[in-house]
Design a protein around this ligand. Structure first.
Ligand SMILES: [Ca+2]
Ligand SMILES: [Ca+2]
Ligand SMILES: [Ca+2]
Length: 144
C-alpha cells in the first residue's frame, strides 16, 4: 500500500477534515507503519502496525460492530439498516442515497448488501478503522 492509497482511504472516511489535516494524519500513520522507510507498506508492516496499535482491530470488535449494524441479523447490512443505526433522529441523513453510496463503496459482489467479509475488508482498508468504529458508535449514541 502506498501513501497515495492510504490518503485515498482517509479522504473517504475523514471527509470532514481539511486536506492539509488529512495529509498530516496520513503522513503520521504512514511513517509509523512504514518500518523500513521504502515508501510502501507491505503486508508484514501492515500486520505489525495493526498489532502495535493501542486500539487493536480485533475480530470480536468487528463482529460486534457488524452485529450492531445488522439489525435483522440476516448476516448482511442493508442501506436501510445503516440509516437506522447511524441516521436515526438526524434529518441531515434522511436521504437514502447517502447510505446507498456507502454500501456501494464496500459492496464488492454488487448484491446491494455488505456481508461480514466485505465489512471486514472495508475496515481493514483503514489503519484507523477501530477509531472509525468508535466514531460511528459515538455518533450513534448521540443520535439516540
Ligand atoms: Ca516499507
Ligand atoms: Ca440485515
Ligand atoms: Ca455484497
Amino acid at each position: 500500500m502506498t501513501r497515495e492509497e492510504l490518503l485515498f482511504g482517509f479522504r473517504k472516511i475523514y471527509s470532514h477534515l481539511k486536506e492539509s489535516d488529512l495529509i498530516k494524519e496520513v503522513d503520521r500513520a504512514f511513517s509509523k507503519a512504514d518500518l523500513d522507510g521504502d515508501g510502501y507498506i507491505d503486508f508484514s508492516e501492515w500486520q505489525i502496525s495493526c498489532v502495535n496499535k493501542d486500539q487493536i482491530l480485533k475480530k470480536e470488535r468487528l463482529v460486534a460492530a457488524f452485529k450492531h449494524f445488522d439489525r435483522d441479523g440476516n448476516g448482511k447490512i442493508s442501506a436501510k439498516e445503516l440509516k437506522k443505526v447511524l441516521g436515526s433522529g438526524n434529518k441531515k441523513f434522511g436521504n437514502d442515497s447517502i447510505w446507498k453510496q456507502i454500501i456501494k463503496e464496500a459492496d464488492e459482489d454488487g448484491d446491494g448488501y455488505i456481508t461480514f467479509t466485505e465489512f471486514t475488508k472495508m475496515m481493514n482498508q483503514f489503519l484507523r478503522a477501530s477509531e472509525f468504529i468508535d466514531r460511528l458508535t459515538v455518533q450513534n449514541s448521540l443520535a439516540l
